[in-house]
Design a protein around this ligand. Sequence first.
Ligand code: DAT
Ligand code: MG
Length: 140
Amino acid sequence: MSTERTLVLIKPDGVARNLTGTILGRIETKGYTLVDLKLMSATRELLEEHYAEHVGKPFYEPLVEFMLSGPIVAAVFEGQRVIEGFRSLAGSTEPTAAAPGTIRGDFGRDWGLKVQQNLVHGSDSAESAAREIGIWFSAS
Ligand code: DAT
Ligand code: MG
């Protein structure tokens, strides 16, 4: 299989908890290569594009509010099967249920009903990765 790229976001909770270096380090330690990186604030428009598949769902508005609540680190990682590999390293969506050893399992928990505070985002397919890298790394 050929080398691929994925978009990783360290969400506002991860940045606020000073986990940026730890999380990037976990990904590098697994063997993936950092090829682009920035600290930025999202806009509502950017998030509507990024989370297009979730627009209209009950958790969409709280998710957007959370993603607007502080700076985000956007990164692009490269490697063979990095899309699948990072999703595996991130763990399942709900931090309480995420397996120990994963980023969400080791550093996350549920804070009330705030499932969205799960530290990281990773693209879920090659198509999503291309689309999302274009959104987060287009004009800057
Ligand atoms: P993932 O981030 O694991 O790819 P997803 O794409 O299904 O998960 O959802 C995007 C984000 O939305 C997720 O990281 C957290 C939030 N979310 C998903 N399902 C939710 C739910 N049932 N309640 C609250 N937030 C949810
Ligand atoms: Mg997703």
